[in-house]
Design a binder for this molecule. Sequence first.
Ligand code: GRF
Length: 191
Amino acid sequence: MFKIAALISGGGSNLQSVIDAIEKKDLPAEIGIVISDREAAGLERAGKYGIPCRLLNRKDYGNTLSDEILKIIPADTDLILLAGYLSILSREFIEKWQRRIINIHPSLLPDFGGKGMYGMKVHQAVLQASRKESGCTVHYVDSGIDTGNILGQKTVPVLPDDTAEQLQNRVLIQEHILVVESIRKIIKNKQ
Ligand code: GRF
């Protein structure tokens, strides 16, 4: 079975959509471990399904966080999913798992990506730039920030008078669909 390790930092709604797809047998995969770099609601979500969960608090590990995560990722992992994971992974980490790490970003990359572009900041920047369209991207992770090869994107309209929260919610719905589609695509290509 195709094995996923998920790294999270927050609510884990993207993780939930992957769990749901697996439960519904829409995705031939299993989640071998969920690792969070801070106290996060996503850990509870995963725990409910009996998925092994680990909290490696970034405050305790600082610069060695990636090394510690490397130690606990099961060797038979096929894909590392960054599902709202906010810490930066070390070069060694990325090299070791090259082409096997994907990230979900809440904009149409390459626009509104890079250092400091995460969470609500992305949506605020989209509104500030008066864009008519936004969306989300799933991409492979390379040593840059949000620069890896793009696996898929989905667009949403930016509506007049949108708040950043409204835009975020609209984009998040598409993230949930895109993340599952992207993993499905990777599994298919592997077969
Ligand atoms: C999402 O907007 C995702 O694009 C970004 O972090 C957020 C995480 O949401 N990387 P969740 O934790 O999956 O609910």
